[in-house]
Design a protein around this ligand. Structure first.
Ligand code: ZN
Length: 149
C-alpha cells in the first residue's frame, strides 16, 4: 500500500470507528480529488439518522458537496461498496475505488471493475476484524443494512 492510499484508508477507518462509538455500523468512506486532497468523508449513519440510505460512501459523497466532474477522484471505503453505493460511484463517474476489505461482504466492486473503474482491494486486516466483530455482535442490524432477509 502506498503512503497516500494508507492515509486515505486511515480517514475511512477513523469514520468507521466514530460510527461504532455512536452505536452505529462501523463503515467509513471518503472522497479525494485527483491531487489527493480530501473533499469529504462520512460514515454509515443508518442508526444515528434513521436513514436506510445513509451508507458511508453516500454520506461521504454528500459531504463533498457539488462538483461538476468526478473524473480522477478516488472513493475510499472500509468495505466493498454495496449495489446502491456502487451505482452512485458509476453514476457520477468516480474514477477509482480503494476498498479496505471484501472478506466480510462482497459488494459491487467486480461490476465496477468491469465498468472501467479502477478498483484497488487493499485487504486490510484491521478493517476485516472490525466488521467481523460488529457482525458477530449485531447480526440483525447488519442484515438490515445490506437488505438481507
Ligand atoms: Zn452502500
Amino acid at each position: 500500500m502506498r503512503d497516500l492510499e494508507r492515509e486515505m484508508l486511515a480517514t475511512a477507518v477513523a469514520e468507521a470507528r466514530a460510527g461504532l462509538a455512536e452505536g452505529g455500523i462501523p463503515i467509513g468512506a471518503a472522497l479525494y480529488d485527483p491531487d489527493g486532497a480530501l473533499l469529504g468523508s462520512g460514515r454509515n449513519r443508518r442508526v444515528q439518522d434513521g436513514d436506510p440510505t445513509a451508507h458511508a460512501e453516500t454520506t461521504a459523497f454528500r459531504a463533498a458537496g457539488r462538483r461538476r466532474v468526478y473524473r480522477g477522484t478516488t472513493m475510499v471505503t472500509t468495505l466493498s461498496p454495496c449495489w446502491f453505493c456502487s451505482g452512485l460511484i458509476r453514476q457520477f463517474g468516480i474514477s477509482r475505488v480503494l476498498i479496505g476489505e471484501a472478506r466480510t461482504y462482497h459488494g459491487g466492486h467486480g461490476w465496477l471493475a468491469q465498468s472501467g473503474i479502477r478498483v484497488v482491494l487493499l485487504d486490510d486486516a484491521e478493517c476485516a476484524a472490525m466488521m467481523r466483530k460488529f457482525i458477530a455482535a449485531r447480526p440483525a442490524l447488519w442484515q438490515e443494512d445490506i437488505g438481507d432477509e
